[in-house]
Design a protein around this ligand. Sequence first.
Ligand SMILES: Cc1cc2nc3c(=O)[nH]c(=O)nc-3n(C[C@H](O)[C@H](O)[C@H](O)COP(=O)(O)OP(=O)(O)OC[C@H]3O[C@@H](n4cnc5c(N)ncnc54)[C@H](O)[C@@H]3O)c2cc1C
Length: 335
Amino acid sequence: MTVDLTVIGGGPVGLFAAFYAGMRGMSVRIIDSLEELGGQLTALYPEKAVYDMPGFPIVQAKDLAAGLAAQGTQFDPEVILGVVATELRPGSEGYVLTGSDGMSYLTKTVLISAGAGAFSPTRLGVEREDEFLGRGLSYGVKSLSDFENKSVLVVGGGDSAFDWALNLAPVAKSVSIVHRRDGFRAHEETVKAVKAQGVGLLVWKVIAALDGSAGLRSVTLEDTKSKERERVACDALVVNIGFKSSLGPIKYWGLDIEKNQIVVDHLYQTNLPGVFAVGDVCTYEGKLKLIATGVGEAATAVCVAKGLIDPGAKFFPGHSSDMVQFAGQPAELET
Ligand SMILES: Cc1cc2nc3c(=O)[nH]c(=O)nc-3n(C[C@H](O)[C@H](O)[C@H](O)COP(=O)(O)OP(=O)(O)OC[C@H]3O[C@@H](n4cnc5c(N)ncnc54)[C@H](O)[C@@H]3O)c2cc1C
């Protein structure tokens, strides 16, 4: 299926673009390398408070991400997660994007909201890591039910690791956190809650080896101070030690790139016709890497893309508060 607009990157700016394009009657596809929408808000600082969102004196990043995802998927875009957009080439109706899943995605226009590039989980860097991926080892939790009655080790000392441990504790047989130090980056309250749930804390330990045949059966822990090793039985290992990002394939699409950012004009157009770049990934004089400015860039870019697809369409669509598709919907917001 050829969509009107493909949004590369489901971070805050891409999600707002998807919403705005849906509101303008465009068919939309969102592609993100992560398994979850929200970009940096979800991957890097879910528990931090954000103070510069219009209308929200304070909002937790993960709540902002949830709101943006709800708004961004309001017009039912096709959402493709866990896939990196690897190739962009001209097609008969615009462009053909190739994904890391090997699929070709047809689109009339493209909006790149790729932030600092595709996020991928930081790996443990131990032998047999690929072999056990999906067979006991994961870099996140897709469904809590996969962990029912299992002995789970969660690796990491940040908010995500502690959040997963907290969520897994009621369903798993046992949960322990493995961390290379005895200090945690996670929010103090979450650490307290994790301890109260009976989650074990294996500190000053790293994963040195993975063991099993058909699936993961145990791991070897190494003490970071004494270097002593011990084998610990487990059914599941959830690795949560951060994310890396890389602009990667986007660099080879023929776009003008300066210092890892895509050069755009005042309408957020790149040097490729029908390809826009907004949010942290774009650069122009006066660029601010903020969500508040990124979503404004997205609204403008979407209106320009709309005009390319439907030359009769007005540039300014009017106010959302006057739009028929919202009539009656926000009733619960009225006091
Ligand atoms: C610790 C921290 C605190 C911050 N606090 C604030 C704050 O208080 N206020 C504020 O306004 N801003 C803040 N920021 C900055 C803000 O998070 C960014 O400006 C914002 O996330 C940019 O949004 P984006 O949608 O452009 O990109 P991102 O949020 O980076 O999302 C880009 C998405 O695109 C995906 N992607 C990239 N390339 C590909 C590809 N080829 N294929 C598939 N998917 C791809 C990535 O996986 C990612 O999910 C903070 C940033 C950090 C790190």
